[in-house]
Design a protein around this ligand. Structure first.
Ligand code: KG4
Ligand code: ZN
Length: 335
């Protein structure tokens, strides 16, 4: 089965074709990041308009790259949520119009399920069951995964998501949106011994997270340095380093706990923050010590993309799932 995947939940337009026999045939991505950067964050109305502008040309391009005619598409998957409702409606309407014309099945998929399954597109994919850490701009969750659609939530953030904390810390440090990669870059120049930030909620049992306190800690540390007349680039790098280390270590502590509690031997990390180099290194070391293996997607499939939606859609379409005559756009939707 050849599935066209469409992702428009936020500020990236992603389109891809997944073939159950041959794997991923092609994928294209258009990022709106430069447009939203002027506003310091995603402007929903502008995001929807840009998806409208880009979806058709990207769809043509992905078919050309795969050497396919539109009529060779046998199923269509789109992101039905969670995300910005206007942006979701663009992808959902487009997918259903195509499906109606082609007479092929259409299915709305969960954006976080897309992230969760993305590492399965890699050459050495994880096998079920595994523990998954989902770390994106909107979510921080630990999930016990038995199979497609068989998810048990082990813990989640009670306030900010890890990616959101990165983005907010970036803003305070005077860095551009999206902040995660920029904080990571600045942190490379930072002195790891200069500051120590707290590891929130690690001193009590459970698998929940809290990252809003780190945001306040970052603000106070910056303010104290500035009051002391120090607003140097080095100090900002030292703060970025301490912030990143605190987030990474907190995530690692909870992942280790989740592996021990479930007895699983595989840990999958997915979502934008899973592109973070230090997080990958630290989790790799931890997993090794726990006699478990770490899996993640290539960096371009950690952040939003169409390939993960095509793949997750195929997994569910082949099980017979269909939308019917309903275009789904679900801004808030638990996994
Ligand atoms: O999965 P994603 O592309 O979109 C959502 O579904 O939210 O994740 C975006 C988030 C942003 O908060 C971004 O700052 C963060 O992932 N991110 C990173 C890195 N790359 C992206 N955070 C830390 N280090 C990175 N290298
Ligand atoms: Zn995402």
């Amino acid at each position: 089965m050849r599935v066209l995947g469409i992702e428009t939940s936020c500020d990236e337009t992603g389109v891809a074709v997944y073939d159950s026999e041959r794997g991923l045939l092609s994928h294209v991505l258009y990022s709106q990041v430069a447009m939203h950067a002027d506003y310091g964050g995603v402007v929903p109305e502008l995001a929807s308009r840009d998806h409208v502008r880009k979806l058709l040309p990207l769809c043509r391009q992905v078919l050309d790259d795969a050497g396919l005619q539109l009529t060779e598409i046998e199923g269509i998957a789109y992101t039905a949520g969670p995300g910005l409702v206007g942006a979701l409606m663009v992808g959902g309407s487009f997918a259903h119009a195509l499906g109606l014309a082609l007479g092929c099945p259409v299915l709305g998929v969960h954006h976080m399920e897309g992230h969760l399954l993305a590492p399965m597109l890699e050459p050495d994919p994880p096998a079920f069951p595994f523990v998954a850490l989902l770390v994106s701009g909107g979510h921080t969750q630990l999930v016990d995964v038995q199979g497609v659609g068989e998810y048990r939530l082990l813990g989640e953030s009670v306030d900010d998501a890890a990616g959101e904390a990165f983005d907010k810390a970036a803003k305070m440090l005077g860095l551009d949106y999206p902040g995660g990669p920029q904080v990571a870059r600045l942190a490379e120049q930072g002195d790891p011994a200069r500051y120590r930030f707290p590891r929130p909620m690690t001193d009590r049992p459970g698998l929940d997270f809290s990252f809003s306190g780190l945001k306040t800690f970052t603000m106070n540390t910056l303010a104290a340095a500035t009051r002391g007349g120090d607003d140097s680039e080095q100090t900002r790098a030292d703060i970025a380093r301490a912030f990143e280390t605190a987030v990474v270590e907190t995530l690692a502590i909870k992942c280790r706990r989740a592996l021990r509690e479930t007895g699983r031997r595989a840990l999958v990390i997915a979502g934008g923050v899973s592109a973070n180099k230090r997080l990958r290194e630290q989790l790799d070391t931890m997993a090794c010590k726990e006699h478990a293996r770490l899996f993640y997607a290539r960096p371009e499939f950690c952040t939003d993309n169409g390939a993960m939606i095509a793949y997750a859609g195929w997994q569910r379409l082949r099980a017979g799932q269909r939308d019917g005559d309903r275009i789904l756009a679900v801004p808030r939707w638990p996994l």
